[in-house]
Design a protein around this ligand. Structure first.
Ligand code: GLV
Ligand code: MN
Ligand code: MN
Length: 422
């Protein structure tokens, strides 16, 4: 115990170094006016990956790329075996910020750098994982790389997924040179810890520095296509319309009302909506929209799905339109290992940081890793609860505090070995 504490004190984060890496990665795919766009498996994602892989090699990590493009950087321990892994993602939504995903990866690298600086070896190996296509904004489902890693989706199925631009995951992965030779799912992981921004308002509103994440809410993603008849906007009487655009926009209202009626944790979003032909004087003959439903309670999420789907069918039938639904992602709520939640809480307290237990509203690679090993998540506050938005922001003091908790947790789990005396 004394030994561990002494070793811990010697391992120190270099905050300016972590800040510099966050900023450098934030310049890859930077958007005019702020924020970043590094949709999964685009040239921008490749450039971000190349930067991170370069940093991993500079830190002496042994880097492997697997067949779904996950990047694992391994720092050997005194003993072989399953590493303690920190990880997250560096792909972003089209309007991403500097921290969603990137923080967990780069803070993991900073822990490695801090161990290197202090000359500390750990008994278990330590790894930093960068998982492919966490966002799911280009290719569904989200958390794809980590899902394949834990055996939740066959590799061939993932590679065959078509993105919003018609390109498959397999093609895009090969095009950026990240279809690697390593078998997916290796190495097996001893424990996984993901540091992430909260992406919601709770920590900031309550003035709390650290969230000890207890689990992730269930996610239901559906692609809906409505077919009607395109016709002249001026001449087609209302009684003769088969307006796919009306059905889609009415559906958005219906699911919004449904979430309000259900209350609690239920949320509902129509995030993508395309009308065809999308012209001012043409009744839309076709509409495509996405439905994102989430709840911390599986039974309530199922109830929301049933009502939403029935209402959409009813709206379409009344308008003489047809509906085709396709599930893009469906994940039940996940509960993290209680001992890991306790560890996050204790590590925050030991640093004198305020902490509360909370669920995650967003999806994370950690929810997939939880299927195969004890997994924990550390949240830090998001200014104004804003995320998936170029103005996403977290104060430096909060970022540094979160990284410190990650450091303490990883070092504890990996078990530092005191340097031999003399
Ligand atoms: C993924 O980041 C999601 O929660 O949508
Ligand atoms: Mn994320
Ligand atoms: Mn995200």
């Amino acid at each position: 115990m004394t030994t561990t504490r002494r070793t811990h004190q010697a391992v120190r984060l270099d905050w300016p170094r972590l800040r510099a890496r966050l900023d450098a990665l934030g310049r890859v795919g930077a958007l005019d006016g702020g924020g970043v766009c590094r949709l999964a498996l685009t040239p921008e994602d490749k450039a971000g990956r190349d930067l991170v892989v370069g940093w991993m090699r500079d830190l002496g990590l042994h880097v492997t790329i697997d067949a779904i493009g996950n990047i694992i950087g391994l720092r050997p321990g005194l003993e072989d075996g399953a590493p303690v892994m920190a990880g997250s993602h560096i792909d972003t939504v089209r309007t991403g910020g500097l921290y969603d995903g990137n923080l967990g990866v780069l803070a993991g690298l900073e822990v490695v750098a801090a161990l290197n600086d202090a000359g500390v070896t750990t008994r278990r190996p330590l790894a930093v994982g960068v998982f492919t296509n966490e966002e799911g904004a280009r290719f569904a489902p989200d958390m794809m790389g980590s899902l394949v890693y834990v055996g939740g989706l066959p590799l061939a199925e993932a590679l065959a997924v078509e993105g919003i631009d018609g390109r498959t995951v397999g093609d895009a992965l090969s095009a950026i040179g990240y279809a690697g030779p390593a078998p997916v799912g290796t190495p097996a992981v001893h424990a996984f810890v993901e540091l992430h921004i909260e992406q919601g308002p709770v920590l900031e509103e309550q003035g709390i520095a650290i969230g000890a994440v207890e689990g992730v809410q269930g996610i239901s993603w559906t692609d809906v296509i409505v077919e009607g008849t395109s016709n002249h906007a001026g001449t087609t009487p209302m009684r003769l319309r088969r307006d796919a655009g009306y059905v889609a926009t009415a559906a958005a209202v219906v699911v919004r009302d449904l979430a309000a009626r259900m209350g609690g944790d239920q949320v509902a979003t129509v995030g993508a909506l395309e009308l065809t032909p999308n012209l001012i004087n043409v009744v839309p003959g076709r509409a495509r929209f996405t439905l994102d439903l989430r709840n911390t309670d599986e039974a309530r999420l199922q109830a929301a799905e049933q009502v939403a789907f029935a209402e959409i069918d009813r709206l379409a039938a009344a308008e003489g339109c047809t509906v085709t639904r396709r599930t893009l992602a469906r994940f039940e709520p996940v509960t993290f290992d209680l001992a890991m939640v306790d560890r996050v809480e204790a590590a925050a307290r030991a640093r004198g940081l305020s902490v509360r237990r909370m669920p995650s509203g967003a999806g994370h690679d950690a929810q997939m890793m939880a299927r195969v090993c004890p997994t924990g998540m550390i949240f830090v506050p998001s200014a104004g609860g804003i995320s998936h938005n170029v103005t996403e922001h977290t104060d430096d003091a909060h970022l540094e505090a979160g990284a410190s908790v990650l450091l303490d947790l990883l070092v504890d789990l990996a078990e530092p070995v005191d340097p031999a005396p003399g």
